[in-house]
Design a protein. Structure first.
Length: 337
C-alpha cells in the first residue's frame, strides 16, 4: 500500500499524458479528440495527447496533422512507416509521453474517458499503476466462458499474474513508464509486462462500452495468436511440459511392450492388429510435431531478439522521437540482406 499524502498537504500538480494508438480510426478520431479535450479541460489539469498512427491506410494521419495544428501545445503525434501492431504503438506513445502520469486509451471510445478523474484520484494516493478492469457484462456467453477458461489455464503456467478483463486501459506513473520503456525485448506482450514490472497497483471495475465507430482490428486468428503469446512469453514452462509429455509417453510405451510380452508368454504369440500400430505412429507423430513447433516458437523468438531491430520506424512526427533517417535506412537494409 503506497504512502497516502498527509491530509491537508497540497497534492503536487500532475501533468497527464494520454497515449492513443490509432490504426485506421478516421471514423472515430474527431469524436475521441473532442470528447477527451472537453473532459480534460473540465478537470483543469495540464495535459498532452500523444497519438500514434500505426501505419493507417485511411485518413487517420491527415486528421492527426489537423488536430496537431489546431492544438499545437497539447498534441504530439507519431506516424509509423507501416503497421507495426498495437504493442509497438503503445511503446512509441510511452516513449513520446512527457507527463508525470500516463494513461493508455483506445481511440474507439471503448475506454470511458470519464474514468480518468477516478484514475487520477487513485494516482494521487500514490499508486503507480491504476488499472481499469472491464467486466464481461454484455459479452457473448461463449466468449466469456472461453476467456475465463484461458485465464485459468494461463495463470497456472505463467509467472506473472494475468487477470481477465484487465487490458491496456490504465494509468502509469512516471516510474512505471520508465520501467516499461527500459525493457528492450522485441516480442512485447504488454499484459504480462505491466504485471511483471509490479509497483503499487490498484484495480477497479467498469462496464465495457461498445465501439463508437469503425471496426475492431481483432480477428479470431489474432486472438488465438495473442493467447499463444501469453502462454509462452513469460517462461519456458511449456518446454518443461514437453519433457514431461515425452517421459510419460515413453513410460506408457515401455508398459505396453511389457504387457505384450506378458500376453505372448501367457497366451502364446498373437498377431497384433495394425490399427494399434497406425494409431501409435500417428499419435506420436502428432505429439512430436507439437513439441517441435513449441521449440521452434522459442527459437523464433530468440531469432527475432538477436536481430535487435527497432520496434517501429517513424515516418513523421511533431514530437521528439527520432525519425527514420538515411543512416538508419542503411542499417535496416543491410539487416534485410
Ligand atoms: N490498434 C493499433 N494497431 C493495430 C491494431 C489496433 O494501434 O494493429 C489500436 C486501435 O486503433 C485501437 C486499439 O488499438 O485504438 C484497440 O483496437 P480495437 O478497438 O480494434 O481492439 P478491440 O477493442 O476490439 O479489442
Ligand atoms: Mg476497441
Amino acid at each position: 500500500m503506497p504512502a497516502v499524502p498527509a491530509p491537508g498537504t497540497e497534492a503536487p500538480s500532475t501533468k497527464l499524458s494520454v497515449v492513443v494508438p490509432c490504426f485506421n480510426e478516421e471514423a472515430v478520431l474527431w469524436r475521441f479528440d473532442s470528447t477527451i479535450r472537453e473532459l480534460l479541460g473540465a478537470l483543469c489539469i495540464e495535459y498532452e495527447l500523444c497519438y500514434v498512427d500505426d501505419g493507417s491506410s485511411d485518413a487517420t494521419l491527415n486528421h492527426l496533422r489537423t488536430i496537431a495544428q489546431q492544438h499545437v501545445e497539447t498534441t504530439r503525434y507519431v506516424s509509423f512507416s507501416r503497421n507495426f501492431g498495437k504493442e509497438s504503438a503503445m511503446l512509441a506513445g510511452l516513449k513520446e509521453a512527457t507527463g508525470d502520469a500516463v494513461i493508455i486509451m483506445d481511440a474507439d471510445l471503448q475506454h470511458p474517458p470519464e474514468l480518468i478523474e477516478r484514475m487520477l484520484d487513485l494516482h494521487q494516493l500514490g499508486y503507480d499503476q491504476v488499472i481499469a478492469r472491464r467486466t464481461r457484462e454484455g459479452d457473448k456467453p461463449l466468449r466469456t466462458a472461453l476467456s475465463r477458461l484461458y485465464y485459468r489455464a494461463v495463470n497456472k503456467w505463467v509467472d506473472v499474474e494475468l487477470t481477465d478483463g484487465v487490458g491496456d486501459f490504465r494509468l502509469l506513473s512516471r516510474t512505471a513508464v520508465d520501467a516499461l520503456t527500459s525493457l528492450p525485448e522485441y516480442n512485447r506482450f504488454s499484459k504480462g509486462l505491466f504485471s511483471w514490472i509490479g509497483f503499487d497497483t490498484v484495480t477497479f471495475d467498469y462496464r465495457n462500452a461498445a465501439r463508437q465507430a469503425g471496426e475492431t482490428k481483432w480477428r479470431f486468428r489474432s486472438l488465438i495468436n495473442y493467447g499463444i503469446d501469453g502462454m509462452i512469453s513469460f517462461n519456458n514452462r511449456p518446454l518443461r511440459l514437453a519433457i514431461y509429455t515425452g517421459l510419460s509417453l515413453a513410460g506408457l510405451a515401455v508398459l505396453y511392450v511389457l504387457w505384450l510380452v506378458g500376453a505372448a508368454i501367457v497366451t502364446g504369440i498373437t498377431v497384433p492388429g495394425y490399427v494399434t500400430l497406425v494409431a501409435i505412429v500417428v499419435g506420436m507423430g502428432g505429439v512430436q510435431m507439437l513439441m517441435l513447433g513449441l521449440i521452434g516458437e522459442y527459437i523464433g523468438r530468440i531469432y527475432y531478439e538477436s536481430k535487435q531491430r527497432p520496434h517501429f520506424l517513424v515516418k513523421e512526427t511533431n514530437g521528439h522521437l527520432p525519425r527514420h533517417s538515411p543512416a538508419m535506412a542503411m542499417r535496416v537494409r543491410s539487416e534485410v540482406r
